[in-house]
Structure formats: structure tokens, C-alpha cells
Design a protein around this ligand. Structure first.
Ligand SMILES: *Cc1c(COP(=O)(O)O)cnc(C)c1O
Length: 379
């Protein structure tokens, strides 16, 4: 079955009691048992909920995996993956990561004795020198946030496999419409479903998809033991969002492309970060592992003062100044003071994330209005 069909039908069966075509919001904390232990597979809603199950099944199917797990947020899903590890274990992660992931790794899990190495993963070979017998996980985000670098998932996963290391790919930016990391050898795919999967900026949710039954058992144990589970209403909203992911993504991609080219041709812009430019260093890999280039891009102004960036950020009328991404509405963001403020400035600058960088999540409005808006804001 093709993705567009899976997105609409995966995980969702007519409700057994009424035939409702859409999975109901099972707003319940517990389930009545006929006799102790004699039940329909549902006991307590931290462990199981039918609305959540529909979403988990859908997540698995759209990422070409066997198992899905849904969490109360993307960082809760990340938290569960890191809880597979033990004190003394080491993780290799990209140096251009979602700020909240970086904060969780360095401010929470380092205290529990897990060691993180943040490396430039654009060249898979550079990862090798960080591998030792304690390395248990490689954490990949691609395209990266906010610099839109491309990591070769197949190369990284092959290297990890050789050393019996797990690979987890944060697929939030690409979405399953553009890229399926499990098919490229990754062990776990992670989503902040808050973004493209939900797609309407109305829910916080996270998800995992994977193929290995033993790994699924471990993650399910963590999910129910630690309790970062989503409510059924949130699961419903993500399920509803999924049904239009393919049509939304087509528009995100075509609008993203037009906005990227407009910015590049604007005399006040110094640099545009978008992986669909043929001279982008990751273009070849992007072509190989993605089915399009998405609607996320960043740019720097020629006047690279933070003040000028702030002026542009406050001048758009269609683009809303806000954190987050992947919704139908276009957003503009200042990573240095917003999404990536939790990364120390020195490290941020070293990784190429300047004070004047502006990130766009290009929505699905009429692209002429988006370009007009940017034109007047850039001035
Ligand atoms: C937003 C985001 C997260 C965290 O997800 P939440 O749903 O906000 O907890 C993780 N990774 C990426 C790439 C994100 O954009």
C-alpha cells in the first residue's frame, strides 16, 4: 500500500461498538474486568488506551516499522530512548540538534552518568573516532535543526551496526512523507508529532517506531513505568493530522522551494540554508534518502547584527513569530534566543548557529503572500 493510503487508513478500524469510522476518544482511566485478570486486553489507561493504540499502530505502519509507541511529547519519547541506557554508557549525537534534546542530554542525563559526544555527523567517518566499548547509541537528526545539514542515515546506521550500537533517528523535520529511516537501517525512529504529523499547531505529542520486538518490550516497559503517556484527545488530534500529511507536505515542499529561491535572489540576504539547492553540501545525500526537501529553511542577512535580525523577525505579518514548526501556518523564529537558547552561546557559534540566523517553517498558505510578506519585512 502507498503512503497516502496508509496515512488515511493505518491503525484505524471502525469502532467495534458503533461502527464509528473515526476512532473515538476513549476518555477513561480504567477498564471493568469480568473477573480478576479476565479482560479485553485493557486494564489501566497508563498502560493501554484504544485511541493511543490506533495512533501507535498508525505510527508503525507509516514508518514501515512493526511497532509504534506514543508519548506525551517528543522529548518524552527521547527521554524513553535514553532510559534504555545505563550509567557509564556513551552516546554520540550530532552537534546541530534540537535545543530541547541537547538540554535533556546535558542537563538531565549527564547527571545520571551517561556521557554524550556532540560531533559533526555530515561526514560519517568522523563519528568513528568517538566509538568505544561504552558507546551504546548514535543519535541522528536530519535535516538538522536549524542549519539544515544532511546526515547520511544509511552510512551512520551501517557503522553503528558494525559495532552493535543502536541508531535512533529524529525524523521530525522530514516526516515519513520525505524519509523513512528504518528502511535505511536505523533501529528507532522518533517524531515530535507536535510538528508535521499533528500539523495544526494544536497538540504536543511524540512517537517512536521500530522493528525489534525485544527493544519494543523495553521501551513499552519504560513508557508505562515512567508514565509519560499522551491523553486520548491528543492521540485523536495526531491521528486526524496524519490523514492529510501527504497533501500538506506536498505544499510545504513546493512553498519551501519557492521561498528558498526568493530569499537566495534577494540582495539583502547573505546565505540561505535549504537542502534542495544543488550546491548544498548535503544535496546528493538528500536526493538519495529523501523524496523532497521540505519546508524548513534558515537564512542570514548581509547586515548580520542581531538588531537587524530582530527587526525582520518583528516585521512579518503572515509569518508568526513563534517557536515550533510543521503546522499549516508559517512561522518565523530566532533560534539563538528561542528554540536553541538552551545551548551555550560559545558552543552555538562554534557550531555555526549565529546570533542573526532566522529560521522559517514555511506553511501551506498561498506562496505569493508568503514571499510578499518576507519582501516587506526584509525591506
Ligand atoms: C520539537 C522537537 C522535538 C521535541 O518535541 P516536543 O513535542 O516539543 O517535546 C524534538 N526534535 C525535534 C527535531 C523537534 O523539532
Amino acid at each position: 500500500m502507498k503512503l497516502a493510503t496508509k496515512l488515511i487508513h493505518a491503525g484505524v478500524e471502525p469502532d467495534p461498538s458503533t461502527g464509528a469510522i473515526m476512532t473515538p476518544i476513549y476518555q477513561t482511566s480504567t477498564y471493568v474486568q469480568e473477573a480478576p485478570g479476565k479482560n479485553k486486553g485493557y486494564e489501566y489507561a497508563r498502560s493501554q488506551n484504544p485511541t493511543r493504540k490506533a495512533l501507535e499502530d498508525a505510527l508503525a505502519i507509516i514508518e514501515n516499522g512493526k511497532y509504534g509507541l506514543s508519548f506525551s511529547s517528543g522529548v518524552a519519547a527521547t527521554d524513553a530512548v535514553i532510559k534504555l541506557l545505563q550509567p557509564g554508557d556513551e552516546v554520540i549525537a550530532g552537534n546541530d540538534l534540537y535545543g530541547g534534546t541537547f538540554r535533556l542530554f546535558t542537563k538531565v542525563f549527564e547527571r545520571f552518568g551517561i556521557k554524550f559526544h556532540f560531533v559533526n555527523m555530515s561526514d560519517a567517518a568522523s563519528i568513528k573516532s568517538f566509538i568505544n566499548s561504552n558507546t551504546k547509541l548514535i543519535w541522528v537528526e536530519t535535516p538538522t535543526n536549524p542549519l539544515i545539514n544532511i546526515i547520511d542515515i544509511e552510512d551512520v546506521a551501517a557503522l553503528a551496526k558494525k559495532h552493535s550500537i543502536l541508531t535512533c533517528v529524529d525524523n521530525t523535520f522530514a516526516s515519513p512523507f520525505l524519509q523513512n529511516p528504518l528502511d535505511l537501517g536505523a533501529d528507532i525512529v522518533l517524531h515530535s508529532s507536535t510538528k508535521y504529523l499533528g500539523g495544526h499547531s494544536d497538540v504536543i505529542n511524540g512517537g517512536l517506531a521500530l522493528n525489534d520486538a525485544e527493544l519494543r518490550e523495553k521501551l513499552y516497559f519504560i513508557q508505562k513505568s515512567c508514565g509519560a503517556v499522551p491523553g486520548p484527545q491528543d492521540c485523536f488530534l495526531v491521528l486526524r493530522g496524519l490523514k492529510t500529511l501527504h497533501v500538506r507536505m506536498e505544499r510545504h515542499c513546493s512553498n519551501g522551494e519557492k521561498v528558498a529561491h526568493f530569499l537566495r535572489s534577494n540582495s539583502k540576504i547573505a546565505k540561505v540554508y535549504w537542502c534542495g539547492f544543488e550546491d548544498h553540501p548535503g544535496y546528493k545525500v538528500a536526493k538519495k534518502q529523501m523524496r523532497g526537501f521540505g519546508g524548513m529553511l534558515s537564512f542570514e542577512l548581509k547586515d548580520n547584527s542581531e538588531q537587524e535580525a530582530r527587526r525582520v523577525l518583528s516585521s512579518t505579518k503572515v509569518f508568526s513569530l513563534a517557536e515550533s514548526l510543521g503546522g499549516v501556518e508559517s512561522l518565523i523564529n530566532h533560534p539563538a534566543s528561542m528554540t536553541h537558547a538552551s545551548i551555550p552561546r560559545e558552543q552555538r557559534i562554534k557550531n555555526g548557529l549565529s546570533d542573526s540566523l532566522i529560521r522559517l517553517s514555511v506553511g501551506i498558505e498561498d506562496v505569493d503572500d508568503l514571499i510578499e510578506d518576507l519582501k516587506q519585512a526584509i525591506g
